[in-house]
Write a protein that binds this ligand. Structure first.
Ligand SMILES: [Zn+2]
Length: 310
């Protein structure tokens, strides 16, 4: 990577499910070592290692692995990756840390959702030695490339979600708190999976991220966004819209299939009407890989039930 005034990341496409632009990992190099932001799942670890090698990253120089949250598409590979990066520690929200050290509950909960597709989708998840996982503090500043990033706790998509703010480059790494968007399209999809979706917290997190006034975002799903205000506007609108679908489905009574269909129709319409998407079918398939409608429906159902006190 060349020297530039902002800390521009190396963006690694993990080619999840052999599809481009679904899951990204980011690496930045600096005098103090290399920081990796997100690891992706174990199933794409070869692509991650390839991407680092191709990007000229010496694995011995990786000192820090920042993860936005512990969903398997973001940090599932962390345990196996640590065997390749002997000098790195993993930084994560304090609520997430115990689940990286002992992933049993995380895996049980994911197995309830994915069943026998677990291994094909996510690969092997191995525990991380406790001494290599260091919990973050909200607002903590960490060495990053030529400068620093700040950990910004951003609950909503998950209670333990963290975004990372590179103030000198005015660049925000949003994880899933900034939504899911396919490059070359305008529609911003709010991923609403179980188990701890909290829309009110998410709305405040969107406010907090906007308040930083970033010039660019990097989404884990997927890549750089420069129309930041419009992006956040559409994320907030999309979140309201999908919550309305979830509420309506809950009030209509138990029929999960209907909600999945409604979500898919909403996403399709969002893409068709964004004035940017050239190939709606392809973008829909990419969004479905990053944020499956079935999982979004499960998260909304759980949220609606919890809200009704059930
Ligand atoms: Zn995700």
């Amino acid at each position: 990577m060349g020297k530039v005034e902002m800390t521009a990341p190396l963006v690694i496409d993990l080619l999840f499910g052999d599809r481009p632009r679904v899951i990204a990992a980011f690496a930045v190099d600096g005098p103090g070592g290399v920081t990796l932001l997100e690891t992706g799942p174990s199933s794409t670890l070869p692509a991650l290692l390839d991407g680092l090698r191709t990007g000229g990253i010496d694995l011995e120089r990786v000192t820090t692995i920042l993860v936005t949250h512990i969903h398997l598409d973001h940090s599932g590979a962390a345990g196996r990756l640590l065997r390749h990066v002997p000098n790195a520690t993993v930084r994560v929200h304090p609520i997430g840390a115990p689940h990286l050290v002992d992933p049993a509950r995380l895996l049980a909960s994911a197995t309830r959702i994915y069943g026998d597709r677990m291994d094909a989708l996510w690969g092997e998840v191995v525990p991380i030695p406790a001494e290599r996982v260091v919990p973050l503090v909200d607002g903590e500043r960490l060495r990053f490339g030529e400068g620093e990033v700040t950990a910004i706790f951003t609950p909503g998509h998950a209670s333990h979600h963290v975004a990372y703010w590179d103030e000198s480059g005015r660049t925000l790494y949003t994880g899933d708190a900034g939504g899911v968007r396919v490059p070359g399209t305008g529609y911003v999809c709010p991923p609403t999976p179980p188990p701890d979706l909290d829309p009110a917290a998410w709305a405040s997190s969107i406010g907090r991220m906007r308040g930083l006034d970033p010039a660019r975002l990097y989404l884990t799903h997927f890549g750089e966004v420069t129309d930041v205000e419009g992006h956040f506007d559409r994320l907030a609108t999309g979140l309201d819209e999908i919550l309305d679908l979830g509420s309506a489905a809950f009030e209509a009574g138990p029929d999960g299939g209907e909600l999945v269909t409604a979500i898919r129709a909403m996403v399709r319409a969002g893409l068709a009407n964004d004035g940017q998407t050239a190939d709606v079918g392809d973008a829909l398939a990419t969004l479905e890989a990053a944020s499956p409608s079935g999982m979004a429906a499960m998260g909304l159902e759980r949220w609606a039930r919890k809200r009704a006190g059930g």
